[in-house]
Design a protein around this ligand. Structure first.
Ligand code: PRT
Ligand code: ZN
Length: 285
């Protein structure tokens, strides 16, 4: 029987969340990332712990079948791999930033300027698309200090909270890419490995769905049930059960996180009482 090999980051911002995602899919992985590989106990999955920069190449060469890494790295490395699923964590952006005191009047600011970055491919194609002629200074790390040491006029780097830019006297002037962790796969998966990937994806989606939704229970007078059902789309239609008290019912449904507060307000106006909201562990449509 075949085993699916997944590459995840050994140590860094993605490690913990990648492992947590596998765990939430019910996959039991022996503790510790001290060794380079691990075998899941209850799913035909082998884990390869790697540097994130190396993951696209390993997946292209089929050393790993699938991998989890930032979209920024996938696009920068330009390997022959396919993006399967956005995973919704480690959100960040790749942005251009310049010294705070500089006036900025649009992208043409960067004409004839030097930009330091660890993302020369993404930056190069962006500048080309925008018809900006700037020179790219490729550096491996600590990009944010490049302007203050005179290496560059601006930088192109990953921004999350913005505090690194702030402490280095820089301001963000243009977002080039919005990034998050993604699942990538080899373009050459055998049929049996593709089947394993489909099983894994099914679980990942169930977990993601569950995270985006809440289970809601409430009590309402029977006269309000029709109005409340209209507010609560649920997976099909809400479950309505009679309460011991004559003329009242309990209504159960599922609400999307994004609509949550709006829905609650409408439910109260429609006559709902004793509203309970509980997290969902897995959700299969
Ligand atoms: O050793 P290895 O090569 O595996 O790790 P790495 O050092 O290359 O990567 P790592 O662990 O730092 O980041 C892995 C991935 O996390 C990145 O490729 C991004 O997709 C994502 N990510 C999310 C981030 C950030 N947030 C982030 N804030 N990657 C880097 N940063 C850095 C950024 O470079 C800058 O120095 O944090 C600083 C900015 O953060 P703020 O919050 O101050 O704006
Ligand atoms: Zn890296």
């Amino acid at each position: 029987m075949s085993t699916l090999k997944i590459a995840i980051q050994k140590k860094g911002r993605l490690s913990e969340k990648s492992l947590a995602l596998l765990k939430s899919c019910g996959i039991n992985i022996p503790n510790g990332t001290a060794s380079l590989t691990a075998k899941a106990k209850n799913f035909p999955l082998e884990i390869l712990y790697l540097r994130d920069d190396d993951i696209p190449q390993y997946v292209e060469q089929q050393v790993a079948d699938i991998g989890i890494l930032g979209l920024n790295e996938v696009l920068e490395k330009q390997k022959d791999v396919r993006q399967i699923e956005a995973l919704g964590f480690s959100n960040c952006r790749l942005s251009l930033a310049i010294p705070k005191a500089q006036n900025y009047d649009g992208l043409s600011y960067f004409n004839n300027k030097r930009i330091a970055t660890s993302y020369p491919e993404i930056l190069g194609s962006f500048l080309k698309e925008q018809n900006i002629l700037a020179s790219i200074e490729e550096i491996g790390g600590s990009v944010e200090i490049a302007p203050s040491i005179g290496l560059a006029d601006g930088i192109c780097d990953i921004v999350s909270s913005g505090s690194t830019l702030l402490t280095n006297g820089l301001k963000e002037v243009q977002v080039i890419l919005k990034s998050e962790a993604v699942l990538i796969a080899s373009n050459q998966l055998s049929e049996s490995k593709q089947q394993l990937l489909d099983r894994l994806l099914f679980r990942m989606r169930a977990v993601k769905n569950a995270e985006q939704n809440k289970y809601i229970l409430l009590n309402a007078p029977n006269t309000a049930i029709a109005a409340i059902s209209d507010i609560l789309p649920g997976m099909k239609s809400p479950t309505v059960m009679p309460l011991a008290q004559e003329g009242w019912s309990s209504v159960h449904s599922v609400v999307n996180e994004n609509d949550f507060w709006q829905v609650i307000d409408k439910l109260k106006t429609a006559g709902a009482q004793g509203i309970l909201v509980v997290p969902i562990q897995k959700m299969i449509a």
